[in-house]
Design a binder for this molecule. Sequence first.
Ligand code: GDP
Ligand code: MG
Length: 437
Amino acid sequence: NLSERLDRSFKLLKGEGKITEINVAETLKDVRKALLDADVNYKVAKQFTDTVKEKALGQNVLTSIKPSQLMVKIVHDELASLMGGTAAEIDLKGSPSIILMSGLQGSGKTTFTGKLANMLKTKKGKSPLLVACDVYRPAAIEQLKVLGEQIGVPVYAELESKSPVEIALNAIKEAKNKGNDLVIVDTAGRLAIDEQMMQEITAIKNAIQPNETLFVVDAMTGQDAVNTAKEFNERLDFNGVVLTKLDGDTRGGAALSIRSVVDKPIKFVGTGEKMDALDVFHPDRMADRILGMGDIVSLVERAQEQYNEEEAKRLQKRIAKNQFDFNDFLTQIQQIKKMGNLKELASMIPGVGKALKNIDIDDNAFKSIEAIIFSMTPEERVNPGVLNGSRRQRIATGSGTSIQEVNKLVKQFEETRKMMKMLTAAKPGARKLPSFR
Ligand code: GDP
Ligand code: MG
């Protein structure tokens, strides 16, 4: 899959201190191939890798991050920005606000109509009215009614054969009378692009002047989805896209192509058949999904934010000179704590997350260590050799711990110091960070 292939190609970058033209070109060739396989349109993939190349070249790599990881981040951020950067809003102005569905048959319009009503009812306190404009199949009206009942939302339908335009207009009148502040119009689709369908949906749009016309598309249809989106957009000039069936292992490459081919935001994603299986579209999460790399990107990001390169260098010098003391120890602990919840952090490392799932990593583990160090005098922190029995007892009392805990920490500290000294002696300039676990 895409993630494995990227992993492999990113390995090419390993060990390089700087991202160079040669290793970028090699890597991006694979990235482009992988994107094409994930249903990303050819032109989009090409444009994408060009941008990434520009951004990647010459970037300095932080000591704490491998070039390959930085490359992943650049690719990720570029993917997210291609898909719109931030989540798009939905326009709910006016009363009633009107939302019109469009899309092929089976794309998930009726299901999404129910899901959206449910979401806006429960989260925004809206009072929706659903409108059944798929007049060709009695089963379609029945389907919407069943959904409406499930979520406790009324459905407007007319069984006599009126035109969908008339039904939609009548429904809006009904909403005004009954005080519904949101009207969602479900329409009929065809199995393929069809002139009659296009005329009908365009006529409905012109008649009801919706706040939003949403184009619903099945993410599993891949490259076809892009062509369909293009045609609907040319005729309808819709406001946003709804990607359905993103549950299962659909890769989501369609999201990327659609966004850049029609230049309309993706607003929602459907992730199942149930009424609550609906998410607001977040470009960065979709980038994660396309890359399939777990949360490695967030991990790199946090490390970038929190890890101070200068501090690392300073520390290495102190370790080399055997000057590492309890103040450094404390700084390190605080550094680690800043990176966030330990378990959460560990779970972001691919492969490690699952293994750690049932093991308890105690975030309070550092608390008593900190308390003990805080209870030391400045002299004791810098020069732990002076810690005799009575000093240790005083520290234990002061920190609300026991003398055994103090002894344990001092012992751990001495061992760590010895170990670090050995490490730096064995590998001059080694980049590895000391670990305290
Ligand atoms: P319409 O013809 O555009 O109205 O499509 P429907 O709403 O009737 O959906 C067609 C089929 O896709 C139905 O069986 C739905 O249950 C299913 N479906 C719709 N959205 C999703 C989704 O997000 N995930 C999954 N797994 N199935 C979906
Ligand atoms: Mg339908």
